[in-house]
Design a protein around this ligand. Structure first.
Ligand code: NDP
Length: 265
């Protein structure tokens, strides 16, 4: 059972699917869900150690945790994989659509391949997994199901990846703005089936995605954040757990920022 101040979040009897759940923010959410008692299915693309990561979580928490290889941009494979998880570990009760990629290049150098690389995962991949989960719940007349989509504070602002001249990750930022709007649309359409959909939007988090940033840029960014530092991945987990739990039974169609105050600055 995961405890926060004042109340605890218990996900026992739940089965949560987490895309990109083997690394970074997704891994922190996988670990927190397992600690809260959920059975956890991790979807990954190509990491070699995903099975070992899942075994370690299962060993540490005593719950069931398994890794499934699936490229979220492959619509048919996503449907098959969610059905497989549902029959092997389910019924699935929650999804964290978290897998995401970025291309950092000046806008004048971006190509169609770069566009497809980013949008096929960050937008199509998110939609594929969300729809596959919703379809399962609607077909099974399962009243309920919570979907948490990892967007980004860059859905709202142009985050700066350069120090002295603008470098803004145009495709990444715009893909996150797309997802922020997608959340509202599917939340409205699926609410009648008892399905809640929300976005968790992190600020800068110390993961592989940000480890490639130039140290000068990291320092510049960190000192310009109200909390003065990047987040640790585990600092994203409480919001995901809350949105997956029954405590969030009246929360849908919203975007929740966990960004160290970046958006107010
Ligand atoms: P990481 O780069 O650390 O990990 C990315 C994860 O996504 C990996 O598990 C990877 O699997 C998986 N993945 C990538 N492409 C696919 C695919 N096609 N199919 C299935 N899985 C895939 O990411 P972060 O933890 O940093 O980010 C997680 C989410 O949070 C992303 O959506 C990101 O955009 C968002 N975010 C991150 C921020 C940050 O500062 N780090 C800030 C704001 C938002 P594999 O290991 O197999 O490659």
């Amino acid at each position: 059972m995961a405890r926060t101040r004042g109340f605890s979040i218990n996900l026992a009897e739940r089965c949560i699917v987490i895309t990109g759940g083997n690394r970074g923010i997704g891994l922190a959410i996988s670990q927190a869900c397992a600690k809260a008692g959920a059975r956890v299915a991790i979807i990954y693309r190509s990491s070699r150690d995903a099975d070992k990561v899942a075994q370690d979580i299962a060993k540490d928490t005593g719950t069931q945790c398994q890794a499934y290889q699936c490229d979220v941009s492959d619509t048919d494979l996503v449907v098959k994989t969610l059905k497989r998880i549902d029959s092997e570990m389910g019924p699935i009760t929650g999804l964290v659509a978290n897998a995401g990629v970025s291309v950092v290049k000046p806008a004048l150098e971006l190509t169609k391949d770069d566009f497809e690389k980013v949008y096929n995962v960050n937008v199509l991949g998110v939609f594929n997994t969300a729809r596959a989960a919703a379809e399962l719940w609607v077909k099974q007349e399962h009243q309920g199901g919570s979907i948490v989509i990892t967007a980004s504070m860059s859905s709202q602002i142009i985050n700066q990846a350069g120090t002295n001249k603008p470098l803004t990750q145009v495709f990444y930022n715009s893909s996150k703005a797309a997802v922020s709007n997608l959340v509202k649309g599917v939340a409205a359409e699926w609410a009648g089936h008892g399905i809640r959909v929300n976005a968790l939007s992190p600020g800068y988090v110390e993961t592989d995605q940000t480890s490639g940033m130039d140290q000068k840029i990291r320092d510049y960014q960190a000192t310009h954040l109200p909390l003065g530092r990047f987040a640790k991945p585990h600092e994203m987990a409480p919001m995901a757990l809350l949105l997956l739990s029954e405590h969030a039974s009246y929360m849908t169609g919203q975007e929740y920022f966990v960004d160290g105050g970046q958006l107010v600055y």
